[in-house]
Design a protein around this ligand. Structure first.
Ligand code: BES
Ligand code: MN
Ligand code: ZN
Length: 501
């Protein structure tokens, strides 16, 4: 089977552009580009840039590309690919990531394996921060998910990326970006895998091998262990499937990290969500293989945090089950007892994510996580509210939510806070148990989060609903169809701290 991606060599160095060796030089251009930059590169391509701009062939709006041959003597490379950045004030991490990815997509189509990015346009970013983002983006863009084709499409990957920058520390930041890009791609591979290739036991094994880097210890709990821990919610969801549920715990405890904080990353790992007895309609159900994106994301983030040697204790807790309507499956109306002791009347077996996360959040707190974040493809209602563009952010107290929002801003990911007013709690009332799991359509993303809150215990907790953002339905210049790896960068940024006390 072919691999889905290759991690290119990435160098960062300072050099005059004519001396840079590559199959193509990528030059970013903002709409309000500086005349000096323009003159040097326009001369190199014999005026082709100026002519294209004059004819309106190249504007340079965001992500437009324009390729031209270098016709002047004295240059080592033979081609320049100009990539538009749009207005400079818009050129933050997300824009640079998409510019790099758009350039990679052109380079790969043209079979150019060695690419150099000339870092001549700062946008609205600090120089070294940009190098980090570029190192990551060039790695993420070197991906082709069609690994199950018996006759794979002709595949072509970049081998070498040179980031030409004079910024101090650029080489280290490029290497850091590459680590994050590699982690993002490893998650995308898992998320793309169909349900017959990935069941809870294999998800746990693959996640364990991703997390097995220096400084990390990994444990997998099988169904007997889950039984002993009283994890009735996770076991209940798993009961309708021939494939038993699993929980994975990966701890990163670097020497010298502050002892009084521990970041807890909790992920939803439903390897396939049929809905169970409250079965989903056939149309689009195949998408539900991505219902373990939260699990893949938290494990990938922990891997990157450990490889970057960030000075923070962190644990990833993944709850995994297959939600199936088998003969022993949960039935609507069944009552489950959670590890925390709370009882739940399951009025809808398709609201399974909040059930397994209830046990996982409780366990993460139990083993000492002080600052919790869970990541889950939790609700269709979140897609109704925010579409495919924005991740739903919920949590308490506000400084913790603000910390996560700031991490998302640095990482160039879109999150938007949703409310958790106490009044919503009424919707969870059950006549015969502590709560129901599915209050119905109004504010569905909020009431799901209210359910999770009951299991998060005292202390900071946040919930990221990636139902809309985990999967791209349409290919874009910067991202193919399929798993996106959303929110991993935000979690890694969170790991850089500081965490609010
Ligand atoms: N995994 C789904 C949520 C989902 C739906 C993610 C569509 C991505 C696309 C989740 O388990 C689910 O089924 N949620 C239900 C909850 C309802 C029964 C309260 C939903 O959103 O319909
Ligand atoms: Mn469901
Ligand atoms: Zn689900």
């Amino acid at each position: 089977m072919p691999v889905a991606y290759e991690v290119p060599r990435i160098d960062a160095l300072s050099a005059p552009p004519p001396s840079v060796q590559a199959d193509v030089l990528v030059v970013p251009i903002a709409e309000e580009h500086s005349p000096a930059i323009f003159v040097e590169f326009d001369a190199a391509v014999g005026g082709a840039l100026g002519a294209a701009l004059a004819r309106g062939e190249f504007t340079p709006k965001a992500l437009e590309t324009f390729g031209a041959a270098i016709v002047t003597g004295g240059w080592t490379a033979s081609r320049i690919l100009f990539v538009g950045g749009g207005p400079r004030e818009e050129m933050g991490p997300e824009r640079f990531r998409r510019m790099a990815a758009s350039a990679v997509s052109v380079a790969r189509q043209q079979r150019r394996a060695r690419v150099a990015w000339l870092d001549v346009e700062p946008g609205r970013m600090e120089d070294v921060d940009r190098i980090d983002v570029l190192g990551e983006a060039f790695t993420v863009a070197n991906f082709d998910g069609g690994i199950h084709k018996s006759r794979p499409d002709p595949r072509f990957f970049l081998t070498d990326v040179t980031l030409v920058s004079a910024a101090a520390g650029a080489a280290d930041r490029a290497a850091a970006g590459r680590i994050v890009g590699d982690a993002v791609n490893s998650a995308r591979v898992l998320i793309n895998e169909p349900g017959n290739f990935l069941v809870p036991a294999t998800l746990a094994e693959k996640a364990a091998s991703l997390a097995s880097v220096e400084g990390v210890t990994v444990e997998i709990f099988d169904e007997r262990r889950l039984e002993a821990l009283g994890m009735g919610l996770l076991l209940g969801v798993g009961r309708g499937s021939a494939e038993p549920p699993r929980m994975l715990i990966a701890r990163y405890e670097p020497a010298g990290a502050p002892a009084d904080v521990m970041l807890g990353l909790v992920g939803k790992g439903i390897t396939f969500d049929t809905g169970g007895i409250s079965i989903k309609p056939a149309d689009g159900m195949e998408r539900m293989k991505d219902d373990m994106a939260g699990a893949a994301s938290v494990v990938a983030a922990l891997r990157a945090i450990a490889l970057l040697r960030l000075p923070v204790r962190a644990v990833a807790v993944v709850a995994s089950a297959e939600n199936m309507p088998g003969g022993r499956a949960l039935k609507p109306g069944d009552i489950l007892r959670s590890a925390s002791g709370l009882t739940v009347e399951v009025n809808n077996t398709d609201a399974e994510g909040r059930l397994i996360l209830g046990d996982a959040l409780w366990y993460a707190r139990q083993i000492g996580a002080t600052h919790l974040v869970d990541v889950a493809t939790l609700t269709g209602a979140c897609i109704v509210a925010l579409g495919k563009i924005t991740t739903g952010l919920f949590g308490t107290p506000q400084p913790w939510v603000d910390t996560i929002r700031a991490a998302a801003d640095r990482g160039g990911e879109k999150v938007w806070q949703m409310p958790l007013f106490d009044e919503y709690k009424e919707t969870l009332k059950s006549d015969i148990a502590d709560m129901i799991n599915s209050p119905g359509r109004p504010a569905g993303a909020v009431t799901a989060a209210m359910f999770l809150k009951e299991f998060a215990g005292p202390g900071p907790w946040a919930h990221l609903d990636i139902a809309g953002t985990a999967w791209a339905d349409e290919a874009k210049a910067w991202m193919p169809r399929g798993a996106t790896g959303a929110i991993i960068r935000t979690l890694v940024e969170l790991g850089r701290g500081p965490l609010p006390r």
